[in-house]
Design a protein. Structure first.
Length: 280
């Protein structure tokens, strides 16, 4: 058997460097395992984002659960409870409309490979009724100055995240970016619907950005997937919709879709309720 000769300075230097690099990789969060895959999720204090954070944490992933709220906000209570049970989940503050907040977290985790970056956050309300009140407004009642924020959060937010975290995604094994879109922003999903002018337009623009991004990073091995459900019971009021389905069931399906992603799906929309490719 060959014995390691620790007297060789070159070898010692090499081993120390390897140890240092693995320590740096997990250094941003001491509870992270170097051998576990890592996911970062935006808007993870409630709804789909919360369920994703919870399920990935339970599955033993390193989870960077981000929310735009301050660390002592009562709205983070559910996420903190998951963190108490699963220290492999860390909570970071990111407002996807605020480049500075994104860059600060990207800098903190600059040595942490991120296998899956999930751009989930969107400018939506706390209840289905409140969402419907907003998306039902006709063009004549929309404040188009305020509408700029829909685009800043739903469209440019994911792109700001992509720009800041691409090095960490490229340094990972899986190299997956997952942008959550909606059929309300689709040109081909079904008969044209009048509702959701801003929301729909912002998601349609997200689809376009994602498709173009997928082409730009294909040769780097990065998959850019768009995903959408039929209807997830992510908030009060959705349960009453006949085709809706519980969040835990739908997010289990979404995690399977993400796990199975290949270059075949890059730039395309996968409906995680049906498992099929949806039209733009
Ligand atoms: N539920 C569905 O059936 C359905 C259908 C189609 C598409 N989607 C898409 O799925 C995603 C999640 O929807 P959901 O139903 O889970 O919504 P949700 O329960 O209302 O959650 C939205 C999340 O986005 C966060 N957020 C809003 N603005 C933000 C910002 N500037 N920076 C960071 N986070 C921000 C919210 O945080 P706060 O608590 O701070 O507001 C919240 O955590 C969205 O992209 C939505 O368009 C959902």
């Amino acid at each position: 058997m060959t014995k390691l000769n620790m007297n060789k300075p070159g070898l010692v230097k090499k081993i120390s460097l390897t140890i240092l690099l693995s320590l740096l990789a997990v250094g941003a969060q001491a509870q992270f395992r170097a051998d576990a895959d890592t996911v970062l999720i935006t808007g993870s204090n409630r709804g789909i984002g919360f369920e994703l954070a919870k399920q990935y944490a339970e599955a033993g992933w390193n989870v960077i659960a981000t929310a735009r709220r301050k660390s002592d906000d009562p709205e983070l209570a559910d996420l903190r409870a998951v963190q108490s049970a699963h220290p492999n989940l860390v909570i970071e503050r990111i407002d996807v409309a605020d480049t500075k907040s994104i860059k600060a977290v990207a800098e903190k985790y600059k040595n942490q490979p991120i296998d899956v970056l999930i751009n989930n956050a969107a400018r939506v309300e706390q209840s289905f009724q409140a969402d419907m009140a907003i998306v039902s407004k006709p063009y004549s009642e929309i404040d188009f100055d305020d509408a700029a924020l829909d685009f800043s959060i739903n469209t440019l937010g994911p792109m700001r995240m992509v720009q800041a975290f691409m090095p960490q995604v490229m340094a990972s094994k899986q190299k997956k970016i997952v942008n959550v879109t909606s059929f309300i922003g689709s040109f081909g999903y079904g008969p044209p619907a009048a509702i959701g002018m801003n929301y729909g337009a912002s998601k349609a623009a997200l689809n376009m950005y994602s498709m173009k991004l997928s082409v730009q990073v294909k040769d780097k091995g990065v998959i850019v997937a768009l995903v959408e459900p039929v209807m997830v019971q992510s908030k009060p009021g959705v349960k009453d919709i006949p085709m809706s389905s519980p969040a835990d069931v739908e997010i289990k399906k979404l995690r399977k879709v993400i796990a199975d992603l290949t270059m075949q799906q890059t730039g395309k929309i996968t409906n995680f309720t049906t498992g099929k490719t949806d039209p733009y």
